[in-house]
Design a protein around this ligand. Structure first.
Ligand SMILES: [Zn+2]
Length: 378
């Protein structure tokens, strides 16, 4: 009826908007075009209506029109423990989930659109990053290096797994072994799925490949079933299991080696504000005067410990050697049965470490007392 397809949506025959369980018919505003309303039990509506919070308007959608939907998506993303991830980490998480959708949900409208206008019959793993690629598409392509070894194919009917580009056997991508040139030269087009290279339960390998390349000989033919192929996730320990956002997060979240004094600082009963200062002390990160003196421009300004005026303070002085601190430790150390440990932060730390992981009150009380003393001295 004279409508044009939405830009770059001709192959999906999208003229406007499609939804899972609602039908919107758009027509010219004349009697001939709307006769269908009289024939079917449809109600005539008026624009704009809202769907998923987004107004359906006949003109181009603006940023403010999508604000509500963007908020919903944003909230969902922030629920992914994203407060523990950097922006780059969140980007990896979102991109990993989208790539998995791209590989599995072939019936999705978005995936069909990507295949028509972005991939154009090429494998996702093979397509080049164009300098004109959009920001979001570029991000999906750049994540490939990171996730290529984590996405593992589980063959069902073999109809959704690229024989050459996807990892579906223990030897990795066949294109890396056989090379794309060899594959094309032997009459394949590069788009074959696993089911296309099998016949009667065995592979259709070319005789020349079997003599030239050892790997095709060593691949066990998968047993094709009626189920769709699936894409699983391989974690850092090499364990392959069902794909989930949690597992991706566990794989990409930043990790550091656990310091030996971890249990001295962090324990279930700790008081967070006290623990934070102890943490900085253990790592010698407090801005004590011995560190600040290098920044002092005026040589006449002599930095002195505020409690004894004897010398510039340092981690050892302010918490252990200073007479004022020593008195505090003497007093509270006696109460907590740990008098001998207070001579330096290093000896205190080393004395705590062997027992710190135990949750006995004889260990927990000294740690709490120590942390409180350090906090109030600082
Ligand atoms: Zn002092």
């Amino acid at each position: 009826m004279g409508f044009k397809y939405h830009p770059k949506c001709k192959s999906q025959s999208i003229i406007n908007l499609c939804f899972a369980d609602d039908l919107f018919l758009f027509s010219h505003a004349d009697m001939t075009s709307v006769k269908i309303l009289n024939m079917m039990p449809f109600e005539e509506g008026k624009l704009p209506v809202r769907y998923l919070g987004v107004p359906l308007v006949s003109s181009r959608l603006l940023n403010r029109d999508c604000k509500l939907l963007m908020e919903m998506v944003r909230n969902r993303i922030f629920n992914w423990k994203s407060k523990f991830l950097s922006f780059a980490g969140r980007m990896q998480l979102i991109s990993s989930v989208l790539v998995r959708c791209l590989l599995v949900n072939k019936q999705s409208l978005w995936v069909k659109w990507i295949h028509s206008y972005r991939l154009e019959d090429r494998s996702f793993w093979d397509v080049m990053v164009s300098p004109n690629a959009s920001w979001s598409w570029g991000k999906l392509l750049h994540i490939r290096d990171f996730i290529k070894d984590h996405l593992i194919y589980k063959i069902g009917n073999g109809g959704n797994t690229s024989a050459w580009y996807d990892i579906w056997n223990d030897h990795g991508r066949l294109v890396n072994v056989l090379t794309r040139r060899n594959i094309i030269r032997e009459g394949f087009n590069g788009n074959e799925m696993v089911c296309n290279i099998m016949h009667n339960g065995n592979f259709n390998w070319l005789a020349t490949w079997l003599t030239e390349f050892p790997i095709p000989n060593n691949i066990d033919p998968p047993c094709l079933t009626n189920k769709d192929d699936d894409v699983l996730w391989k974690d850092l320990n090499g364990i392959v299991s069902e794909f989930s956002v949690y597992k991706v997060w566990e794989t990409i979240r930043p990790r550091a080696t656990c310091v030996p004094w971890f249990n001295v600082v962090w324990f279930k009963q700790c008081i967070p504000s006290h623990t934070f200062v102890v943490w900085l002390l253990m790592d010698t990160r407090l801005k004590t005067q011995d560190k600040l003196k290098d920044w002092e421009r005026n040589p006449n300004n002599s930095l002195q410990c505020l409690m004894c005026n004897g010398q510039p303070d340092s981690h050892d002085h302010i918490f252990f050697e200073c007479p004022f601190s020593a008195q505090l430790h003497m007093k509270f150390g006696q109460l907590a049965m740990m008098l001998d440990w207070y001579c330096s932060w290093k000896s205190t730390r080393d004395a705590f470490i062997p027992f710190a992981a135990r949750n006995l009150y004889r260990m927990v009380v000294p740690k709490i007392v120590f942390a409180a003393t350090v906090y109030f001295i600082w």
